[in-house]
Design a protein around this ligand. Structure first.
Ligand SMILES: [Mn+2]
Length: 392
């Protein structure tokens, strides 16, 4: 039992007054409404603790000394905690730099292997972007019926990869396909960049990363399960939604993007696997060479479009002309605009989330949730462009 200080006082007083020890136990038990055994145990405990006196309530010197001692202890604990955290942070930074260094190397170019056989060799390109995996779309949000939540997002991601594999197999009747390019084009998550997103997202950013990682890895694994695929090249562009800053940062945007972290993290799963190569450098623009074609990838948010006549292809074409001055490319790949448009030199990706209030606000063409796919023929370039439908 637990004795209160008042009870202990009463016990002590009864014991002092009583003619004998036994009588004292009896009276103390009666006065405190306990048993003689309990009183005896208490006295034995007090006897045993002699030599380490209990602080009395009136002993303010002792109390303040003890308080100082405990403060010193907690300060020391705090200091060691900070030291440990600093050490951890340092280790994380080092690991991050090693990881980032591995994904900063340019992707090895894809080269033609069928030089004499006369077989048509091609690379299958697919674009995965604008998944917005944790965002909700409710029926009735726009006149176009669409519903979205993490369960639907999960099935849609799986369908994207299944569709990708189906299209690769379908085109094998005409092409030798050993190489695939999978673009992870950003806005895989919605994040909390606007106040209203806190209201209609299922999870906060870091939890969303934890959700996305195994699902994307499962998709990449499903491609690896195809023994005819010798190499998967994965250029990664971060989107505007993964950022942890109020406004987009241009020069150091990658290091302020949860998505960029996700790319590093994904790359680390496949480290040492020669069949999977990631490019997730700190730039908002990624490049790679396939046969004699130069490919350019960018999420698409560095272009302004206010809903003008002619659609998003007009401002994007202007951007492409400028970006071609920095590095001339044959094919440009964008996401961000939630509408699938392939005009040959330029592919704009559809979305996985599908038509929602955002798509309506930017006057996007209503379309089924879909992603872009095409075959890059080693001799003639882009062909067989078609969407991958990602919803049942
Ligand atoms: Mn975007």
């Amino acid at each position: 039992m637990k004795w209160s200080p008042e009870q202990i006082k009463v016990v002590r007083a009864e014991l002092a007054r009583a003619p004998s020890k036994m009588e004292g136990y009896r009276r103390a038990a009666l006065a405190t409404d306990t048993t003689e055994t309990a009183v005896r145990c208490l006295m034995q405990r007090i006897e045993a603790s002699k030599g380490r006196p209990e602080p009395s309530e009136n002993d303010s010197t002792l109390r303040s000394a003890l308080a100082k001692y405990s403060d010193a202890l907690s300060l020391r604990a705090e200091a060691s905690k900070i030291k440990t955290l600093e050490r951890d942070l340092d280790a994380l930074r080092q690991a991050m730099d090693i990881l980032a260094a591995a994904t900063e190397r340019p992707l090895p170019p894809i080269k033609r292997r069928e030089l004499k056989s006369g077989m048509r060799e091609a690379t299958a390109v697919a674009m995965l972007s604008d998944v917005h995996s944790e965002e909700h779309v409710r029926l009735g949000e726009t006149p176009v019926p669409n519903e979205y939540n993490p369960a639907i997002a999960e099935r849609s991601i799986a369908r994207f990869f299944a569709g990708y594999r189906w299209l690769i197999d379908f085109h094998r009747s005409a092409f030798q396909i050993r190489d695939v390019v999978l673009w992870l084009g950003g806005d895989l998550m919605s994040g909390h960049i606007h106040e209203e997103l806190k209201e209609h997202t299922a999870t906060p950013p870091i939890e969303t990363l934890l959700w996305l990682r195994p699902r994307l890895a499962a998709g990449i694994d499903s491609l690896l399960a195809d023994p005819k695929i010798e190499r998967i090249s994965i250029p990664c562009s971060y989107g505007n939604h993964g950022r942890n800053t109020a406004k987009p940062f241009r020069a150091l945007g990658a290091t302020h993007s949860y998505e960029w972290l996700l790319y590093q993290w994904l790359a680390s799963i496949y480290e040492g696997n020669p069949r999977v190569q990631f490019l997730a450098d700190r730039s908002a623009h990624q490049y790679m060479r396939v046969y004699e074609w130069d490919l350019h990838f960018h999420h698409g948010d560095e272009t302004n479009y206010q809903g003008g006549v002619g659609g998003v292809t007009i401002p994007l074409s202007k951007s492409v002309a400028q970006w071609d001055k920095a590095k001339r490319c044959h094919y440009h790949h964008f996401g961000h605009w939630h509408q699938y448009i392939d005009v040959g030199r330029m592919t704009v990706n559809g979305s996985v989330i599908g038509y929602n209030a955002y798509a309506m606000s930017i006057k996007a063409e209503p379309e089924p949730p879909q992603q872009a796919f095409y075959i890059l023929d080693s001799k003639r370039g882009k062909t067989c462009k078609c969407p991958i439908w990602v919803r049942e």
